[in-house]
Design a protein around this ligand. Structure first.
Ligand SMILES: Nc1ncnc2c1ncn2[C@@H]1O[C@H](COP(=O)(O)OP(=O)(O)OP(=O)(O)O)[C@@H](O)[C@H]1O
Length: 654
């Protein structure tokens, strides 16, 4: 072997290698990504040179092969790319690579801040894991001599002629003793899958191609089918439900950006606070954390973002402040907003089907981002108790052209449970005459069923605002946005239209000098004997009083919200508030019977009145049932209720 040159790599920092090895990177594994990236580049260069006629001969099938030789503690990466001449090694490895290494080390040595992706560290990152690095290469340029370069981790290197006959390059690392994990095929396979899965050249280990290669985000959306997008999602997130919809990002001005973002089906086990989007640079995986690039409210989306315009060797805080990055984040938000708006306009049925999950993003985004809010606020819909099939609301939507507003009939669509959806504006318009600026809402259809039924019987419409975010954040947000609106939960109070002006209740009984309503109130107050329960007697409107509840528990809105807020802040489970209103329905036959029973009580010789006692028992029982309808009985309450039930049944059978 003819030694062509022995020399010292031209670096100015003494002993750059120990620094590279030890202090700079915790993430040693990225050396493989760097070597494979170089091979991919070399293959692309060969292709270009061949097309340009600079290199003669047929192009071989592009291929990168990884070999492991455990006995020699060696790992090698071989490509059939353009290769290097001795001069190129001198220039690109001895000078360029190492001077950029030096520059990098000087810049980031001792840096506390974590760098995003530690990208483009290049060839010299091999020295993080290797005691000796060799390059064996034959350039594709005509009449090239194959060369062999060797460096043992000191600034000294050796360049010699090589016997190599195949054009391309093999980089062989002799691993340091504490880096022998890179001799395990499983480890290498995992690294290829992580970093190089979408690189456009086949990467082989043990004669098996490991990487997927096809990066559909780089393809034109026109050439892709729904099945392509779904297949890609299933590949990225195996064993997960299919996504609801997706957005293909594809722009080259004012920055290069490709990517596909999916709206996943939200499941309780999905941690929405942790980003699920992976960041790539030219199909090379950089990081699965891209909080800086994607607007925070879109982080629960999934998929990939690929851009060569995102600076990757900067700290995360510098990245956040970067202008291009901020513009990219804005662009992503806008694209997502556009997609949602067009879906709302063009495929209402799918929009409604996806709303339960998509709505969470939209509401969250609306609260977090003013621009996004403006974009989507007219497409926010609410599930309603009204059946809107025959009563199609008019909605204003932006036309496809962007800035012309037109009025279209919203297609009346229902979700898979048969519920209709409405915008807030359409709700307000529809109910203007009945209750202007008041929005009735329900947070839990099961515990608020009695109230919903009452509302329904009287033709009052309520909206379902039944997620955690709705109740705790979105309603306050809407009230702040529309200061003239009042949101009232269905169990907070009884709207005037639900109660009869009950003349009879006001009639005064000359014997006791009390009105009938006053008598009912006193009767229940005495029986329940709890100062926190405020008894109110009202006549619930109904064609059939038997069909209305004899009593209902109300939780005044402001008081209930205060209680909820406190529980939220103290991170405690919400308890049913102690302060409550018990509405007793004076028209219900049961209540009327109880009153009669109480009035007919005759004090017996022993001082007890059996019918007064029964009336008291009945009042408590009615109260139990009202609480029960709200699932508000605690364990003590249940116990008392069971005991009381037994008493009632015993009396009935006597
Ligand atoms: N497998 C290879 N085949 C041909 N040339 C190579 C190969 N590996 C490295 N080179 C040459 O060595 C140069 C330096 O490589 P290095 O990885 O340090 O930096 P880079 O690839 O130019 O930039 P980056 O910082 O993005 O990695 C390359 O630009 C290329 O010219």
């Amino acid at each position: 072997m003819t030694v062509l040159k022995q020399g010292s790599i031209s670096i100015h920092t003494e002993n750059i290698f120990p620094i590279i090895k030890k202090s700079l990177y915790t993430n040693h594994e990225i050396f493989l990504r760097e070597l494979i990236s170089n091979s991919v580049d070399a293959i692309a260069k060969l292709k270009m040179a061949t097309f340009a006629g600079e290199v003669a001969g047929e192009l071989d099938e592009p291929r990168i092969k990884i070999f492991i030789d455990k006995s020699k503690k060696q790992l090698s990466v071989t490509d059939n790319g353009i290769g290097m001449t001795a001069e190129e090694i001198e220039k690109y490895i001895n000078q360029v690579a190492f001077s950029s290494a030096e520059e990098f080390v000087q810049k980031y040595q001792g840096s506390e801040e974590q760098l995003i992706g530690q990208f483009g560290l290049g060839f010299y990152s091999s020295f993080m894991v290797a005691s000796k690095v060799e390059i064996d290469t034959l350039s594709a340029r005509p009449d090239s001599q194959a060369v062999h370069w060797l460096c043992d981790g000191s600034p000294a290197f050796e360049l010699a002629e090589s016997e190599r006959a195949q054009r391309g390059t093999t980089v062989t690392l002799t691993l340091l003793d504490d880096e022998l994990e890179y001799l395990e095929p499983q480890r290498i396979r995992h690294l290829i899958k992580t970093y190089c899965d979408f690189m456009p050249v086949a990467i082989e280990l043990d004669n098996e191609t490991i990487n997927k290669q096809r990066a559909i985000w780089k393809e034109s959306p026109q050439n892709l089918t729904d099945e392509d997008y779904l297949e890609f999602y299933r590949y990225l997130y195996p064993a997960q439900e299919d996504p609801l919809l997706w957005v293909h990002l594809n722009t080259d001005y004012p920055f290069l950006l490709n990517g596909i973002l999916y709206f996943p089906k939200l499941r309780p086990d999905v941690d929405v606070t942790r980003g699920q989007i992976s960041l790539y640079c030219n199909q090379v995986f950089v990081s699965d954390r891209c909080e800086e690039v994607v607007p925070e409210f879109l982080l629960p989306l999934r998929g990939v973002i690929d851009s060569t315009d995102i600076p990757l060797n900067v700290s995360r805080s510098a990245l956040t402040a970067n202008r291009t990055v901020r513009r990219i984040a804005d662009y992503i938000a806008k694209k997502i907003g556009d997609r949602l708006k067009s879906l709302y306009r063009e495929d209402r049925a799918q929009y409604i089907r996806s709303w339960q999950d998509v709505g969470t993003f939209v509401k969250y985004g609306t609260m977090r981002d003013e621009k996004f809010k403006k974009q989507v606020e007219d497409s926010i819909v609410y599930r309603t108790t009204a059946k809107l099939a025959g009563d199609v609301p008019k909605v204003e939507v932006q036309s496809a052209e962007g800035d012309v507003w037109e009025s279209t009939d919203a297609e009346a669509v229902t979700d898979d449970r048969g519920y209709s959806y409405t915008t807030l504006q359409a709700y307000l318009d529809r109910n203007k005459d009945k209750h202007e600026n008041r929005v009735f809402y329900c947070t839990d259809p099961s515990t608020q069923a009695t109230y919903l039924k009452l509302y329904e019987q009287q033709g009052l419409e309520a909206l379902f605002l039944d997620s955690f975010m709705d109740a705790n954040y979105f309603i306050p947000f809407l009230e702040h946005e529309h200061s003239n609106l009042q949101f009232v939960r269905v169990d907070a109070e009884l709207d005037g239209s639900l109660v009869e002006q009950d003349q009879a209740g006001e009639l005064v009984d000359p014997a006791t000098n009390k009105s009938r309503n006053q008598a009912i109130k006193e009767l229940f107050e005495a029986a329940i004997a709890d100062p926190k329960v405020n008894v109110k007697v009202q006549a619930l409107k109904s064609d059939d009083p038997q069909g209305t509840p004899p009593a209902m528990v109300l939780l005044p809105e402001a008081m209930r919200r205060l209680k909820e807020m406190t529980a939220l802040m103290q991170q405690k489970a919400l308890e049913f508030p102690d302060d409550r209103v018990l509405v007793v329905n004076s028209l219900h036959p049961l209540v009327q019977n109880v009153v009669k029973l109480a009035q007919s009580s005759i004090v017996s010789a022993s001082g007890e009145s059996p019918s007064a006692e029964t009336a008291r028992l009945m009042c408590c029982y009615i109260y139990d049932l009202a609480l029960m309808a709200q699932q508000a009985l605690d364990s003590e309450g249940i116990e008392a209720f069971v005991a009381r039930s037994n008493q009632v049944l015993t009396r009935l059978t006597q």
